[in-house]
Design a protein around this ligand. Structure first.
Ligand SMILES: O=C(CO)[C@H](O)[C@H](O)COP(=O)(O)O
Ligand SMILES: [Fe+2]
Length: 214
């Protein structure tokens, strides 16, 4: 069963509450929140205050994607603001195992994100501790970028490892997911699809979300 996580990065921020309600009513499974610090990625977006404001207005689990340096410094803030799952970038922390366990300490599901150029090897020794792996299918930093097909073998390889080791963790993909690319990522083994510009770029949110479920 494929889950869709609309990314509010492409929502109309002047009407954020209405935008969130529209995707919840249209069948979204998670709400993806992109946190950028202007250092790890060249863009600045959302902080814990916004997450805290969103929490009471939706029943959707909040899927917080931290594209920030020193993630350990902010995990408690995002956990207390209402994050249900937190993804940290493997490239942004020197002590990945410690960071994952810090997320879990606050009762939040733990996920690690990797950039298109980062190999899966970095995750080998932490896979047992994770609820999800986020494979970036664009270079992080902006919405509306073009899907990078070279990430597909990595999704397939991760799916094989999960099957071989009998693990049960989600594979999320993020970046450039639309009605032209969704089938290839699902075929490779992804089961959580982030979609920002594709979902929020259409007035008919039901059609947009349904068309990605395959
Ligand atoms: O993490 C992200 C960018 O770094 C976003 O989640 C992603 O780009 C979603 O936007 P789109 O679906 O428009 O590509
Ligand atoms: Fe994201």
């Amino acid at each position: 069963m494929v889950k869709i996580a609309p990314s509010i990065l492409s929502a109309n921020f002047a009407k954020l509450g209405e935008e969130i309600l529209s995707v919840e009513q249209a069948g979204a499974d998670l709400l993806h929140i992109d946190v950028m610090d202007g250092h790890f990625v060249p863009n600045l977006t959302i902080g814990p205050l916004i997450v805290e404001s969103i929490k009471p207005i939706t029943k959707l689990p909040l899927d917080v994607h931290l594209m920030i340096e020193n993630p350990d410094q902010y995990i408690e803030h995002f956990a207390k603001s209402g994050a249900d799952i937190i993804s940290v970038h493997a490239e942004a922390t020197n002590h990945l195992h410690r960071t994952i366990h810090l997320i879990k300490k606050f009762g939040v599901k733990a996920s690690v994100a990797i950039n298109p150029a980062t190999p899966l090897d970095q995750l080998e020794y932490v896979l047992d501790d994770l609820d999800m792996v986020l494979i970036m299918t664009v270079n992080p930093g902006f919405g509306g970028q073009t899907f990078i097909p070279a990430t597909l073998p990595k999704i397939r390889k991760l799916k094989d490892i999960i099957n071989e080791r009998g693990l049960s963790l989600d594979i999320e993909v993020d970046g450039g997911i639309n009605d032209k690319t969704y089938q290839s990522v699902i075929g490779a083994g992804a089961n959580v699809l982030v979609a920002g510009s594709f979902v929020f770029g259409q007035n008919d949110r039901i059609k947009a979300i349904t068309s990605l479920k395959g």
